[in-house]
Design a binder for this molecule. Structure first.
Ligand SMILES: [Zn+2]
Ligand SMILES: [Zn+2]
Length: 344
């Protein structure tokens, strides 16, 4: 589901498949679907699950369905365990955690603010409550949450107190709307205490601080993205100072005329290769300059190099470009002016 549109497309497609599967059978009593997970109940025992699965799998050879049947009147669906009460024919639900679930939440000894761990516990407790239809299933759901957090090193009293807090319903008041939310990076508990003391001293009592973690550790350990290779015998790179750099973006570059050593300084947020191609092919400063030497300017009439990279901020990039222009002798400069006018 890497693409944002993928879930929507899957929903539309599965909706179409539903029709194909269900037209063969009587209308189900109950049908719920979440993307490609379906929960269907019929009021009859005449449905042959093997036949149902066979029909579903014949609709599209590249999609293989599996089927799960209830055991002891129970069937899990997503994070919910659905139990059929045979006496009144009603469904009861409680929280369900898959056996293959890693049983991991943010560990107690991880470098995260306690408020974040508390928030997680409260959120999970509320989710458990929302999945539960009666008091006994609620007790069951809450037990799962308790076990999950205890297994991840959360102290017993912390779990107990915060779960109790979460089970009490919160009624929003008028003051809730006036709260100012502030995001502050989390350094450690000591800094957190100090920032709170500063806020306290201001006497403003409707500020709520949310501590956020800076860099996610996953990002530190992730292998670097593979650098894109430019095509073999790349004509754009043929006269570059370094090979295989035409796909770089966000840089300040220098083009030198092979005939008279005149220099052009430029910046781009796009790939440098496409910008250099434009200089060669379109009626702009560099092209116009080259026509003094040759009727049809080509890559052979210039050499180019990148002087600064990783300049993602356009203002910063233009300042650096302007400085480079200023530092280049105006006798050899192709750029029309001595530096870009910056409205800082
Ligand atoms: Zn290249
Ligand atoms: Zn020249």
């Amino acid at each position: 589901m890497g693409n944002n549109l993928a879930p929507t497309m899957a929903i539309i497609y599965m909706n179409k498949l539903d029709e194909g599967i269900l037209t063969t059978f009587d209308e189900p009593l109950y049908l719920k679907r979440y993307i490609d997970d379906m929960f269907v109940a019929w009021s009859t025992n005449d449905i042959d699950p093997t036949r149902l699965l066979k029909i579903a799998n014949e609709l599209n050879k590249s999609i293989e369905f599996t089927i799960e049947l209830p055991k002891n009147n129970q069937l899990p669906f997503l994070d919910t365990m659905v139990t059929l009460n045979p006496d009144d024919g009603k469904f009861n639900t409680s929280l369900y955690i898959k056996p293959i679930h890693s049983q991991c939440v943010t560990p107690w000894d991880s470098h995260n603010p306690i408020s974040q761990k508390r928030g997680l516990l409260i959120g999970e407790t509320k989710r458990a409550i929302s999945r539960s239809t009666n008091s006994s299933s609620r007790t069951k759901s809450l037990r799962l949450i308790k076990q999950l957090f205890r297994r991840n090193g959360y102290p017993k009293s912390f779990v107990q107190n915060n779960m109790e807090k979460a089970t009490k319903t919160h009624h929003p008041t008028e003051n809730d709307e006036k709260v100012i939310h502030l995001k502050v990076p989390f350094i450690n508990e000591e800094y957190k205490r100090r920032t709170q003391a500063v806020i306290h001293r201001t006497g403003i009592d409707n500020i709520k601080i949310h501590y956020i973690n800076g860099r996610r550790s996953a990002r530190i350990f992730a292998p670097p993205k593979e650098r894109q290779e430019c095509p073999p015998n790349c004509i754009t790179c043929s006269n570059a100072e370094k090979e295989n750099c035409c796909l770089l973006k966000h840089c300040v570059y220098q083009i030198t005329c092979m005939h008279c050593n005149a220099v052009y300084i430029g910046e781009t947020g796009r790939t440098i290769g496409s910008r250099i191609k434009e200089h060669v092919n379109t009626q702009q400063t560099v092209h116009v300059h080259m026509t003094k030497h040759t009727s049809e300017p080509s890559f052979n009439d210039l050499k180019w190099k990148i002087i600064h990279t990783n300049l993602h901020n356009v203002r910063e990039r233009r300042i650096i470009e302007a400085i480079e222009i200023k530092n280049t002798s105006s006798d050899t400069l192709m750029n029309g002016c001595v530096g870009r006018y910056l409205n800082i």
